[in-house]
Design a protein. Structure first.
Length: 139
């Protein structure tokens, strides 16, 4: 029997814990021929698209741990002496139900949550219709 993740699981979580947000997707700027424009450093030129209201489960101090040896930096902590090692980081995150979003979340999108502006730095979909948006405070 297949599980209706979107309706029975994610929808229930959103109903219990969701916070209203304003979401502004960043849209690629196109040249006259309809091709994306790029900055001198090779990144695409983007402009804010239409803002819309959405909902998400917000956590202002989500803890992310990178285990020792994972990622680009290795840990010098010794596992022999009970040290855990790795990198621990606290950052704001927003969990969203992808089917309820008007646009697919992307890097550099803007989110207004509780009168504070954030920039999406990474989108982590879970494969069941949920995505975790790792945020930074907007400049």
């Amino acid at each position: 029997m297949a599980i209706d993740w979107d309706g029975m699981v994610i929808g229930q979580v959103m109903g219990a814990f969701a916070t209203p947000v304003m979401y502004t997707p960043m849209v690629a700027t196109l040249d006259a021929a309809g091709r994306p424009e790029f900055n001198a450093d090779g990144t695409p030129v983007v402009t804010p698209g239409p803002e819309y209201s959405a909902q998400g489960v917000f956590d202002e101090a989500y803890i992310e741990v990178t285990p020792a040896g994972a990622g680009p930096f290795s840990s010098t902590d010794s596992m022999e002496f009970g040290a855990v090692g790795g990198i621990t980081e606290a950052r704001p995150v927003l969990g969203v139900q992808l089917s309820a979003m008007k646009t697919a979340p992307g890097q550099e999108d803007l989110v207004l949550i509780n009168s504070r502006s954030y920039v999406v730095k990474e989108v982590q979909p879970d494969g069941h219709g949920w995505a975790l948006l790792l945020l930074n405070l907007a400049p």
